[in-house]
Design a binder for this molecule. Structure first.
Ligand SMILES: [Zn+2]
Length: 584
């Protein structure tokens, strides 16, 4: 027996069987039953939504002698069977993508004229991809549409109706086909799986439906492919294999690796996905969508997501309790940058690995968000509370203020020995705190009272830093944000907020900018509850990195043993950062 692709085998044969287009099919069925069928229809909509299928059902309904009162063709009479089998002369299907010349249209007009004189049945001309018609061919077609012979009907199917001649559009009755929604498509896949005796997992069918983006044809093709590869089994790994997607599950694992700071796990994940043949570019895009979803859950609850599948929202909600907003913004930034580079044609796997490393080990980068993220995580750890989403859920006064080595302003740093010893003390404090067993009292004992005071202000700054940069980012627009994003939190000196700027170009621009300073002062003032002035100062990147690396050395003892030479990785990443900054 001849093998039929699923989408042909299960092609709808009545108006009612066409999925997700009831607004079109019910109107057409009524027009047929009332004998008010137009001479030209324009079926517009995305691919695989049933445009040509509906045109064939229309042809069948017009010609069926045993048509039901509601316009449903009988599907057993010779006319119906002929159309179903594609042997009927009453349906002429033309692909405008390959038949778009004037000659093709003239041939069709001859055919139209012949039919009109000898035939008593209705003949339906289906012109698929109608937007591909040349201008001349379109004009030739228009002549036919202007004087339509009786019993001849045109259906122009197109994904891009705006590309058709206005005169053609205005002579056609237009119907818009919509992408089929995920739930409806999943139901359809489930029915067909049963008819085909597949062993199918509902989650896998949902993934197929999502992947098909509203196209029934794409969904059935993918289902068929998954079933063929899995010998009748349709499960999530099979879908990933066939679709080349990493899937939802993998991104959830990435989020878990971020929470656990599990760089080895993240790299292993990339390796196994690559081995499965997953499209890594797509993985990046999916991951960005995922973290965006988590971010929205944190701010909007789950009300805004009625279009998403419940299990998707449930997963976002789970992760939203594990990662804080600044970590999410950072993740979206890092993945977005990696995606841009991959699109530029750079080494895909390496970029994904680097991005995953940066996500799981923020200490390997010195960007502002990673510093914030590390601070928040360390604070939460010291306070012995799980990291909750949103600033409100964080402990009000975590005692970990001594943690992050404060980045000294340059004037003071130039002072020499005093500053050096302070920096050392900072490093030692960091070492101690990083050992989870160390009681907090021991850490604070190492700090002089002045250090404690200055740190209290600075700690307040770090506490509000996440909301502050989020507010500033929103207020100043992307061009100014490009300047501000490099800024590193310095300290709060009385009412003066000192911000360190690593690059002299950015520093000059920020100092002369009329907007950024006042916006930061206002937002910081609101958050801290005091009047704030803002000073931008130059910071030597090298010195920040030295401090960061000092901290890293200790942090790296936590690294799983199977990470190959973490120091080299850190250097590699820092190197990559520097290249990136030059490109700015
Ligand atoms: Zn029939």
């Amino acid at each position: 027996m001849e093998y039929l692709a699923l989408y042909r085998k299960y092609r709808p044969q009545t108006f009612r069987e066409v999925i997700g287009q009831q607004h079109v099919t019910s109107t057409l069925a009524r027009e047929v039953s009332e004998g008010r069928v137009a001479h030209a229809y324009l079926f517009a909509g995305p691919r695989g939504t049933g445009k040509t299928t509906t045109a064939r059902v229309l042809a069948k309904a017009l010609n069926c002698p045993d048509r039901a009162d509601d316009g449903t063709p009988c599907n057993v009479c010779p006319s119906c069977v002929g159309i179903t089998e594609g042997s009927s002369l009453d349906v002429l299907e033309l692909d405008a993508a390959s038949h778009n010349s004037v000659e093709d249209i003239r041939d069709m007009r001859v055919s139209v004229a012949t039919v009109a004189s000898v035939h008593t049945s209705h003949r339906v001309f289906i012109l698929d991809e109608a937007q591909m018609l040349s201008r001349a061919a379109g004009n030739a077609l228009l002549k036919t549409l202007e004087e339509p012979p009786p019993h001849v009907h045109f259906v122009l199917a197109t994904t891009d109706p705006y590309k058709l001649l206005d005169t053609i559009r205005s002579r056609s009755q237009r119907f818009d086909f919509h992408p089929v929604d995920v739930e409806e498509l999943t139901d359809h896949l489930s029915k067909i799986s049963q008819l085909e005796s597949y062993q199918s997992d509902p989650a896998a069918l949902q993934t197929i439906a999502r992947h098909a983006q509203g196209s029934v044809r794409d969904a059935l093709s993918l289902l068929e492919q998954v079933a063929a590869l899995g010998e009748g089994v349709v499960d999530p790994p099979g879908v990933r294999r066939a679709a080349g997607t990493a899937g939802f599950e993998a991104v959830g694992k990435l989020a878990d690796a971020m929470v656990a700071r599990d760089a080895a796990g993240a790299l292993h994940l990339v390796g196994s996905l690559a081995a499965e043949g997953v499209d890594l570019r797509r993985l990046l895009a999916e991951a960005i969508g995922f973290f965006r979803g988590v971010f929205l859950v944190q701010y909007g609850g789950d009300r805004a997501f009625h279009e998403e599948l419940p299990d998707v929202v449930a997963e976002w909600t789970r992760v939203s309790g594990e990662l804080n907003p600044s970590e999410l913004i950072r993740a979206i930034d890092i993945l977005g940058e990696a995606l841009i580079k991959v699109r530029e044609g750079r080494e895909e796997r390496l970029l994904v690995e680097l991005a995953f490393l940066q996500l799981t080990r923020p200490e390997t980068t010195t960007d502002l968000a990673s510093v914030t993220s590390r601070l928040e995580r360390l604070e939460a750890r010291l306070a012995g509370t799980p990291l909750a989403a949103g600033a409100a859920a964080r402990p009000a006064e975590p005692p970990a203020s001594a943690l992050l080595p404060e980045i000294e302003e340059p004037a003071k740093r130039a002072g020499g020995p005093e500053t050096q010893s302070e920096l050392q003390a900072d490093s030692q404090a960091a070492v101690m705190v990083l050992d989870e067993g160390t009681p907090l009292a021991e850490v604070s004992r190492d700090l002089s009272p002045e250090q404690g005071d200055s740190r209290a202000g600075t700690h307040r700054l770090h506490e509000v830093w996440g909301p502050l940069i989020a507010g500033v980012r929103e207020a100043i627009g992307s061009r100014r944000w490009a300047l501000f994003r490099e800024v590193v939190p310095g300290r709060l000196d009385g009412n003066n907020l000192i911000l360190n700027v690593p690059h002299s170009f950015h520093l000059e621009a920020l100092q002369s900018d009329p907007v950024v300073g006042p916006v930061v002062a206002t937002k910081a003032g609101d958050l801290l509850g005091i009047d704030v002035s803002v000073t931008f100062r130059s910071t030597d990147v090298g010195e920040i990195e030295a401090v960061e690396l000092e901290l890293d050395k200790d942090r790296l003892f936590e690294a799983p043993a199977d990470v190959a030479d973490p120091t080299a990785l850190v250097k590699e990443l820092l190197g990559a950062e520097v290249v990136e900054e030059i490109e700015d």
